[in-house]
Structure formats: C-alpha cells, structure tokens
Ligand binder design. Structure first.
Ligand SMILES: C=CC1=C(C)c2cc3[nH]c(cc4nc(cc5[nH]c(cc1n2)c(C)c5CCC(=O)O)C(CCC(=O)O)=C4C)c(C)c3C=C
Ligand SMILES: [Fe+2]
Length: 348
C-alpha cells in the first residue's frame, strides 16, 4: 500500500517582506484569538491584523539579522531523510511537508498526496511536545483539508512523541557532543538551561498538559546526561496582555547562579528565528550583561538518530501492525479516531 506521511510544521516566511510577515503573523494571531476571550469573527480578524502590524517590524528585523529563516529548508531536508529511511526499511512511503502558517500549507500537502495516489496518510506534527496551538491545531487542519477535498483516504495521526527513547537519546547525545567540543562540563561550572517555547496560561486552564510534558522531558534529558541541577525557562510571545508560562527564559538567565550557561532549546527540531535570533542574539546579550558565558546547543534537525526515531513512529502504520505494540495509544489531547500518542496512560 502506498503511504503518505504529512509532516506538519509551523512555517516561517522565507523572504521577510512586510507583506509576507504581516500575513503570516495575522494567521497566527487569528488562530489563537480565543486567548483574549470570546469574540466575533470580524473582531478577531481586525484584532489579529492590528497585532500583526504592530509585531511585524521587530520580526522582520529578526529575520534580517539571521539572513532569513532556514526552517523551510530544514523541514524539506528532514522530509527527504525520513522518506529515505522508511524506503530503506522496505516501505512504499512518500513524505509531504505542510505548514500551518506559510506555504506550502497543510492543504497543499494534502492535494499533492492525493494527486500522487496515496492510499494511506499519516499525519505527523513535527512538535515533540504536544500542545493545542501546534500539534492539535495542525491535525485539525489536516482533517479539514481532507474533508474539503472530499478525499476518502485511510488516515492515522501521531500527536505527542517526546517519550520516544530514541528521540531523547538523540537529543542527549547531541548535547553531550556539543559540550565536549566546547570543552565544557555540565557537572562543573556550566549550568544546563532548557529553553522551551512558552504557551498562554489560557491553554493550560483549558486542560493542556504541555507544561507537564516539558517538565518531564527536561527531567528525562537531564537524567540521561547525568545532570542533577538544571534550569528551565520559557520563550514567551507577549504581544497581548495575557499571562504566559513562568519563569521566562530571560528571568532564568538573570537569576542563575553560574559562570556559564549551556542552553538546550527543547521545543525546537529546526533552527529558526526562535533559536537563531531570540536565543543566539537577544538572550546571549542578556547573559553577557549578567556576566555569564553563553553557549547554545544546535538543533539536531537532520541527525541520523533523530530521523530513525521519526521512522520508528511511522513504522506501525506502514508495517501494518498494532500501534499499541510500540506503546502508541489513543491520544487524550486530540479526541479523534486514529489519533495516537506516547503520552496516554495505560488502560491495563
Ligand atoms: C517556526 C516558528 C515557531 C514555532 C516552531 C513555534 C512553536 C510553538 N508556538 C507555540 C505557541 C504559540 N506561539 C504563538 C505565536 C507565535 N509563534 C511564532 C513562531 C513559532 N512558534 C510566532 C512568529 C508567533 C507570533 C507572535 C510573535 O510574537 O512572534 C502563539 C500565539 C500568541 C498570540 O498572542 O496569539 C502561541 C499560543 C508553542 C506551544 C510552540 C511549540 C513548539
Ligand atoms: Fe509560537
């Protein structure tokens, strides 16, 4: 059977013109309009436009500073490597990249898979830590696009996958090798600092387990690295007057008791403005002002172990065996048939 894997991603404009960046931001703000309370569609659209226009200049500056976002090229490279790995394992698989907020959109990925004659589609959001505005929203879009295309295809979905042992090992080995190359010691005077993408308190109040996932993941990663003491901070987007996850990464950097910090960006599986600008430029400056040497672990987006872990997640669907055999169970965050994750409790 021919399988399509839709790799669902966030997206970042490749060319940061004012028009593309405003449109991009407007889509993001509109998709998250609920966090400011109930509103009409017209009000939400107007508010999203205003927020996008206000935020755009600073984001354009970030893109200019880093010479454009590499997200699209990293996502394409990942898709190619995953397809190759699954084909090497003997499966008839094609991968399709679909973005939530830039082209190629999720509906474009669906259209390409359909015209290629895919018989089975697996939706894999490239967010290891399941959250409502990323993982769940991306899969809702996938369902909507399939329905809009009136495509009768067998669909499976994968939500949270940070507990995959191969993934955790890949990230731990990546941190270890970075620390070694830099001549640092995490047990000595360099403090390990995990930086996670933040989320508005609204989503946590609505039942999202995102923070639990972040915390347990950091604990597991630190344990694999043999590190007892570490810090965790959140990269928040404070464009609206709403509460976000605490402590912010800036606060952590201000208060950490160390000579140097090694920052591991746990929410990210590509380099993008959040890593190359927010961390490497802005946070580095704050760290230096606080008297800290600053090191940031590169994201292992094309690492062989990481790609193998992604292939393992897809394998039950291409191999035709019971997903539960690999501990994949019905997702609690996405209440849809065929939505599996590694986070759900065992029922027996
Ligand atoms: C490629 C870029 C981005 C990734 C990956 C990403 C991941 C990510 N985002 C959230 C939660 C939210 N992000 C929100 C806004 C937002 N996110 C990005 C970029 C990425 N996020 C941008 C450019 C923006 C726009 C705001 C800004 O200041 O730049 C929001 C909405 C906030 C709102 O006020 O509407 C949420 C929610 C998570 C959990 C996550 C996980 C990896
Ligand atoms: Fe975000």
């Amino acid at each position: 059977m021919s399988t399509g894997v839709a790799l669902l991603n966030f997206g970042e404009p490749e060319r940061p013109t004012r028009e593309t960046v405003v449109d991009y931001l407007e889509r993001i703000f509109y998709a998250n309009a609920d966090i400011e309370g109930e509103t009409t569609e017209a009000e939400a659209r107007e508010r999203s436009r205003q927020l996008a226009q206000r935020r755009a200049p600073a984001l354009i500056e970030e893109y200019e500073e880093i010479g454009g976002s590499p997200l699209q090229s990293h996502a394409d490279a990942q898709a190619t490597l995953l397809e190759r790995e699954l084909r090497d394992r003997g499966y008839d698989v094609t991968t399709y990249v679909g973005m939530q907020f830039t082209e190629p959109f999720i509906e474009d990925a669906v259209e390409r898979a359909r015209s290629d004659g895919v018989e089975q589609l697996v939706g894999l959001p490239i967010y290891p830590l399941c959250g409502p505005s990323t993982t769940v929203a991306a899969l809702e879009e996938l369902t909507d696009a399939i329905e809009a295309a009136e495509w009768d295809v067998d669909v499976s979905e994968l939500t949270g996958w940070h507990r995959h042992p191969g993934y955790t090992r890949a990230r731990a080995d990546n941190v270890r090798s970075f620390v070694e190359t830099q001549g640092l010691s995490l047990e000595g005077d360099a403090r390990l600092v995990f930086s996670a993408h933040g989320t508005p308190q609204y989503y946590l109040d609505e039942g999202s387990r995102y923070v639990e996932y972040v915390e347990e993941y950091c604990e597991a990663l630190a344990a694999q690295l043999g590190v007892d003491e570490y810090e965790l901070g959140y990269q928040n987007h404070e464009n609206r007057d709403v509460d976000w996850t605490e402590p912010s990464i800036e606060r952590v950097i201000e208060t950490v008791d160390a000579d140097r910090v090694v920052v591991e960006p746990v929410s990210f599986v590509h380099e993008q403005s959040e890593t190359l600008s927010e961390l490497d430029v802005e946070l580095r400056e704050e760290a230096l002002e606080a008297g800290l040497d600053f090191y940031r672990v590169p994201v292992p987006y094309d690492d062989e172990q990481f790609i193998d872990a992604l292939a393992d997640l897809i394998e039950p669907f291409t191999g035709g065996f019971e997903p539960g055999y690999y501990n994949l169970r019905q997702c609690q965050c996405r209440d849809a048939p065929g939505a599996f994750c590694l986070n759900s409790p065992r029922t027996r």
